[in-house]
Design a protein around this ligand. Structure first.
Ligand code: PLP
Ligand code: COI
Length: 365
């Protein structure tokens, strides 16, 4: 695999200290971006080259670029966390590198080595270190968005022979404004997010485009998010548009839908399955019917439900609604005890407040 060297060309057009501090005091999610970005190019002829950290700004793209027509694109989502001693760390980047490589294979894009992937994050966060929010400012971090797309100007349908890799960074607060207020979910019965043999297990833009009609339908019914079912039988729970799901059972099991090929293999999901044993929970991955949810929150068999992902960490799930009915909240107001314990266990590792016994953290600065 290639070993890229990321050359840094420092921007001469930096956001002022005052303006940056103002942004960092209330960053929201995904609306403001740092001073720099990473770009690298791959061609079938020369492989990966021209890896550079440069001023954040518009990309030059032909209107014939294949990504705009055939959606040959993948991305990742991760965060850089400031620790109390000022150092900056990220969580399980090897897992994101491996997932991006799997996504690349599914979308017929070139792979980037784990070393090059982590080097790209390190180079960007070192250039934009001042954009990582201070320790102790709540759930704030620098969200990192690596992505790769077909930049070749060609309208024939085949894997692009020119591809661009980029990383941008965006200071982030809580993904959901309501804090630990349970999110209400709409059961999307007509729209599936992904299907058997499709791209559901890859982190590609197309999956998010296909989730939006269900999301709109949910919003029209007063719900915060949509939950997607399997496309074949519309019976089994899969995941949300951007998060995996967990069910805390009265008997101490912590259940999550098994990976079927159409669910994204979340790194938060995997970490929670690992942490479960420390919290005396029995992790179970299996197919779960939507009817079990409806029945379980009524009978008390299900005591808590939460969604998880990098952006939203761990978020309690509230009421479930569908065409013709609803089920009571899967979580107490403010989230259940187990939900809050898992959330703080994870955040304590990420912010360096707990010992990282599993080697999950990688220092960037
Ligand atoms: N499922 C989908 C569809 C997602 O977009 C995400 C977010 O990345 C997740 C699950 C959670 O994955 P992770 O925990 O790796 O962020
Ligand atoms: C993430 O959690 O990082 C995601 O990618 C979810 C969403 C913002 C797409």
């Amino acid at each position: 695999m290639t070993q890229l060297t990321f050359t840094t060309e420092r921007s001469s057009n930096l956001v002022s200290d005052i303006e940056r501090e103002q942004i960092l005091s209330d960053p929201g999610f995904g609306t403001t971006f740092t001073d720099h970005m990473v770009t690298a190019t791959w061609t079938a002829e020369h492989g990966w080259h021209d890896a550079v950290v440069r001023e954040f700004g518009p990309l030059q793209l032909s209107p014939a670029a294949a990504v705009l027509h055939y959606a040959q694109e993948i991305f990742e989502g991760m965060k850089a966390y400031r620790h109390e001693d000022g150092s900056v760390w990220t969580f399980r980047p090897e897992a994101n590198a491996a997932r991006m490589a799997r996504s690349a294979r599914r979308l017929a894009l070139p792979e980037l080595s784990e070393e090059d992937f982590i080097a790209s994050l390190t180079a960007l966060v070192q250039a934009d270190e001042k954009w990582v929010p201070a320790y102790g400012t709540g759930e704030t971090s620098l969200y990192l968005r690596p992505f790769m797309f077909a930049s070749e100007a060609f309208l024939g349908v085949r894997p692009a022979r020119e591809v661009t890799y980029s990383v941008i960074a965006s200071p982030a607060g809580a993904y959901f404004k309501g804090g630990l207020k349970p999110v209400s979910l709409w059961v999307s019965q007509d729209y599936a997010r992904a299907g058997d043999g499709g791209t559901g297990a890859a982190k590609c833009g197309g999956n998010y485009a296909s989730s939006m009609a269900g999301q709109i339908e949910g919003a029209d019914h007063g719900c915060d998010q949509a939950v997607f079912l399997d496309s074949a039988t519309h019976t089994y729970i899969e995941e949300l548009g951007g998060m995996n799901l967990f069910f805390v059972m009265k008997d101490g099991r912590l259940r999550t839908p098994a990976l079927t090929g159409s669910i994204l293999e979340g790194i938060t999901r995997d970490s929670i399955l690992t942490l479960a044993k420390d919290l005396d929970l029995e992790p179970v991955q299996e197919r779960i019917e939507i009817q079990e949810w409806k029945d379980g929150v009524v009978s008390g068999e299900i005591t808590e439900i939460f969604a998880c992902g990098t952006a939203a960490v761990v978020t309690p799930v509230g009421e479930l609604r569908w065409d013709g009915g609803s089920a009571p909240s899967g979580s107490p107001e403010g989230g259940g005890e187990v939900t809050r314990a898992i959330r703080s266990t994870l955040l304590d590792i990420q912010y360096g407040r707990a010992t990282d016994t599993r080697g999950w953290m990688t220092r960037l600065v």
